[in-house]
Design a protein around this ligand. Structure first.
Ligand SMILES: NC(=O)c1ccc[n+]([C@@H]2O[C@H](COP(=O)([O-])OP(=O)(O)OC[C@H]3O[C@@H](n4cnc5c(N)ncnc54)[C@H](OP(=O)(O)O)[C@@H]3O)[C@@H](O)[C@H]2O)c1
Length: 312
């Protein structure tokens, strides 16, 4: 597995990481979730992302159990979790953040994590407020000084919040959700600005929450967490046709499309975080980067994206 430098954090992260949100999904057994984590790590993934929001702590707890049962997997592992969003509740206060991080460490069974993101702030003004006041940000900086947190990031789909993240210079990295994939490229300018500022970029939602892994014909394919519409399926079908002509698998195209954004940098510094809820899906994570698609494929894909309409 190729490693990439995550911007100024200097962390060397596998180009694809495991996203822990689906582990907490209804119907996923504890054993299956634990096996999913093991499969990803055994295959060479070295980053696992989670949040107290995912299953109200269940994702963190299951990852903690996976690591407790096989403690050798902690070696070299980069753990990323979040604070501020807990199910229906959001709380970015200083006090709650101190408690939230302490609980996350307990669930994960570790005494430090590498990356701690402020989770799901939606408005630029709110983020500016957090930077000015006694808030989640202050609590995270304190934890960082205490050595409990390696680096501080922001996980959100809000591009206006990510603009503040880049302009403020207050963060080491960010996780951008569902704004950059084969269907949606609104997040591309922010990623490029972050790379210029040497902010580490983790791209979440490379599969667009499912359809770019499952394909356009799969009745269970989702786009932005909802059943995929006909318009989205048609767009994916057109990309699949292009993939088939070049002998490239759709999930590989989806992931490598995101990774290409970091490739102008030396070494490349964009990584993709992919959600999986079964060992099979976890094993498929590394397959997406096993073989690079040829340059001619990317030229044709770029032309297709430039001339075709995004579905609304
Ligand atoms: N605000 C934030 O900070 C934020 C927001 C979103 C995500 N994230 C992080 O980024 C990670 C990735 O996002 P995501 O999980 O929402 O979306 P994603 O990675 O785009 O899609 C994950 C879904 O794709 C499907 N899938 C994965 N591998 C597959 C395979 N081999 N074959 C068929 N289907 C497959 C599964 O859907 P089914 O379960 O339907 O099979 C899975 O739940 C999250 O887990 C989380 O860690 C962060």
């Amino acid at each position: 597995m190729h490693l990439r430098r995550l911007g100024k954090t200097e962390l060397m992260v596998s180009e694809v990481g495991l996203g822990g949100a689906p582990l907490a999904r209804e119907g996923v057994s504890d054993a299956e979730a634990i096996w999913t984590v093991w499969t990803a790590l055994d295959a060479g993934v070295n980053l696992v992302d989670t949040s107290p929001h995912y299953g109200l702590g269940r994702s963190e707890t299951l990852i903690g159990r996976a690591l407790a049962e096989r403690p050798e997997l902690k070696k070299g592992l980069i753990l990323s979790t979040k604070t501020g969003h807990y199910g229906a509740e959001k709380d970015y206060s200083y006090e709650r953040t101190r408690r939230s991080v302490a609980t996350s460490l307990q669930r994960l069974g570790v005494d430090r994590v590498d990356i701690l993101h402020i989770h799901d702030v939606q408005e630029a003004e709110h983020m500016r407020e957090l930077l000015k006041s006694q808030s989640a940000y202050t609590a995270l900086r304190e934890y960082q000084e205490e050595g409990v947190i390696g680096f501080i990031g922001v996980g959100t789909r809000s591009l206006e919040v990510l603009q503040v993240v880049v302009e403020s210079g207050a963060f080491d990295c960010f996780m951008m959700a569902n704004q950059l994939n084969l269907i949606e490229q609104a997040g591309a300018p922010i990623v490029q600005a972050a790379l210029r500022a040497d902010i580490g970029v983790l791209i979440a939602g490379a599969y667009a929450t499912g359809i770019l892994a499952k394909g356009s014909a799969d009745p269970n394919a989702r786009y932005r967490y909802q059943p995929a519409s006909d318009a989205v399926r048609q767009r994916v079908a057109a990309i699949e046709e292009l993939c088939a002509r070049w002998g490239v698998a759709l999930p590989a195209a989806a992931v490598q499309f995101c990774l290409r954004y970091g490739e102008g940098q030396t070494p490349p510094n964009v990584v993709a975080v992919l959600g999986a809820r079964t060992p099979e899906q976890a094993a498929a994570i590394v397959e997406t980067v096993a073989k690079r698609a040829p340059e001619g494929f990317w030229q044709e894909l770029d032309e297709f994206l430039a001339r075709s309409e995004m579905p609304q």
